[in-house]
Design a protein around this ligand. Sequence first.
Ligand code: ZN
Length: 136
Amino acid sequence: MSEVNLLDKGERFVHVSVGSLHDFDGKQFVKDATGATSCEISFGTLPAGAAVPFFHSHKENEENYIILSGSGKFQVDGKVFDIAEGSVVRVSADCDRNLRCTSSTPMCYICIQAREGSLGGYTMTDAEITERESLL
Ligand code: ZN
């Protein structure tokens, strides 16, 4: 199983890492490590041929699955479709979901879980350009 390593922490940020995704194994949630208050993020890896060992549903949260590598099948209730690197799948609350890796290489993905309907402003309706000297 993978672990989350705390790399740095300031008054207004937390930097953690699950390490190299190529060496990643299993499933790792990061909310507790970062202290996130708006969503839960998890990294997952499915070996060739493997599926998550159960279907599950969420009461209030939608999930957004982002496929980083590999390919496979995704099932939402009775519907099955192909997924591959670059796929993004949003799944509503109150329905069953699962995914299977069908590629010969592992399928790595990120899942972001947040309360359905909670997003207000975003990108430039929420952000403002600020005046800050770059130290990068
Ligand atoms: Zn879930």
